[in-house]
Every structure is written in C-alpha cells, then in structure tokens.
Design a protein around this ligand. Structure first.
Ligand code: SF4
Length: 120
C-alpha cells in the first residue's frame, strides 16, 4: 500500500511517500531526517491527536469553555473522548490550565481548560 504524508515533527514539513504492508513500513521517501520514518510509522499504525473542544459552563459570561487534552490520544479513542466531553458541565470560575476531567475516557490524558472564565 502507498500513502503520502506531511511530516509534522518539525517546521520543514517534508512530504513523505510511504510504502507499507499491514504490519510494517517498507520504505519512506522524502524524509530529510530519520524522524520522518518514525512519524510515518506512528501515523499509519497508531495515529494520535490532541482533542480540542468545548464543555458547558454555568455562571460565566459565555456558555462554553474551550478545552483540550494535555497530551495526544489515539484517533480510535476520539469518539469515546467526545462522548464524555459532551456530558461535562463545569461551574465558573475556571482558570486556564485547570484540569476539567482527569484521565478522560480512560485514555490517560487529562482534559484542561484553554482559557480562564470568571464567575458572573
Ligand atoms: S522528516 Fe525530519 S526534517 Fe522532515 S519534517 Fe520530519 S522531522 Fe522535519
């Protein structure tokens, strides 16, 4: 199988042409350094993302608090994370960086506030 990826491990953003089998990388062309192959391997076999979203907040000037996970989570777990995010409701005040939900959906990542909101 073939896939073209952009390595996002550094600002250079190398275009990677990857040939792979179900369980292994055969070749990676276009990487300027060896981190490109590691990136391709992770992206193809175990892709992860930081989840960004909002949760409901009571008693603040706005109804939604922006949040994100403090580390990446497997793409296959993002639906579970979002289901939990939709159920969360917090009360103002909240400080930026405050943990809103520890170990969200059992991923090992914490959900944290990305802005402060004062109480009304
Ligand atoms: S392959 Fe190396 S040089 Fe290219 S974007 Fe990835 S980390 Fe940067």
């Amino acid at each position: 199988m073939k896939k073209n990826l952009i390595c996002i491990s550094c600002p250079l953003g190398c275009s990677l042409d990857v040939i792979y089998e179900p369980n292994k990388i055969i070749s990676v062309d276009g990487a300027t350094c060896k981190r490109g192959k590691a990136y391709a391997e992770k992206e193809i076999f175990n892709p992860e993302r930081v989840v960004t979203s909002t949760v409901k907040i009571k008693g603040a000037s706005i109804d939604l608090l922006p949040v994100k996970t403090d580390t990446t989570v497997g793409k296959c777990l993002m639906k579970k994370v979002m289901e939990e995010v939709f159920r969360i409701e917090v009360k103002a005040p909240v400080k930026v960086g405050e943990v809103i939900c520890k170990n969200i959906a059992g991923t090992g990542a914490n959900l944290v506030a990305t802005r402060s909101l004062e109480a009304n």
